[in-house]
Design a protein around this ligand. Sequence first.
Ligand code: A3P
Length: 349
Amino acid sequence: MATTGGSSVRVGPVPFKDVEHDGDMVTTVPERPSEEHVALVSALPCCTIAGMSNTKLCCYQGFWLPEGLAPAAAALQRRFEPRPSDVIVASLPKGGTTWLVALAFATLARRAHPPGAGDHPLRRLNPHQCLPFLEGMFISGLEGMLDALPSPRLMNTHMPLAMIPGAVPADGAGGGCRVVYICREPKDMVVSLWHYFRRVHPDLEFSEVFDIACDGTMPWGPFWDHILGYWRASVARPENVLFLRYEELLRDPAENVRRLARFVGMPFSAAEEEDGVVRGIVELCSLDSLRGVEANKAGYVDTRTKFPREALFRKGLTDDWKSHMTPEMACRMDDIVADKLRGTGLAFP
Ligand code: A3P
């Protein structure tokens, strides 16, 4: 149990698996959807991903969400009430979620769990077991568990910002919480997504994933609208949204961990800097270190879709797209991105 100053008052974030009843429930969609769920989904445009016929997406307010999670968007919009101290890690799949989840947990929980500790939760749990997955909670009837978590709560989501309106109130309004978004160069993200999908759908062609990314129908897409929602909010309300980039994190992880710590109101003290706490967090969360943890070598990300946890840790490089895309494909995606991002102040060099 995390404590403060030796007292028994719990402080967050606590490793979520340690407080939930069943560690595999974090991202699990119920086998039998509720009537409300069925009614909502049946009213939405839906499609299946070619080559992944059991993967159905439904378009909710302009975003293609996995069918099982679409009603969570409506529930989040209606019922999610952030606390001012909440921190939400947001991303698109394959944007660097797992890395940021680990870094955020290690940073926020460092007083209860120093990064060098042999029993650090990230040495026995998959990073995703340390945080509740927001949409998973809202679809599984586990919202009450969120209420029971001590502050500050640390959660993660793939939802577009529009689905969590309470997190970043409209211009001029106070309140909300803190959101840390990680964004990755889209071509690399799509390549990473294909490798991931292939672990469960080995016959899936790269061109099939490339096409759904380009036409906007990839899960949680269109990716440009997802990224721009958080980007614009980070410009308008930098006190609420920190916009990080995967490539920058690779280039200088320590400096980005310091940014993260300052943003959540827990800057590293001179003593912590001297003790190498930042370096410890970076090492603890490095790809090699996480890959070596038993909990990351076995088991599934989610018991329903059966993606192996070890598939979360692949190469962790930039420019892998060069080994997968023809020049024409790269050009097509670059043109889409340039067109969608024009005038926004955001660019991918
Ligand atoms: P690649 O497939 O390009 O290697 P997500 O966590 O959003 O699913 O993203 C997965 C991607 O992040 C994968 O990219 C994976 O290798 C990379 N990744 C996971 N952990 C990482 C870490 N600690 N450092 C750098 N990259 C990491």
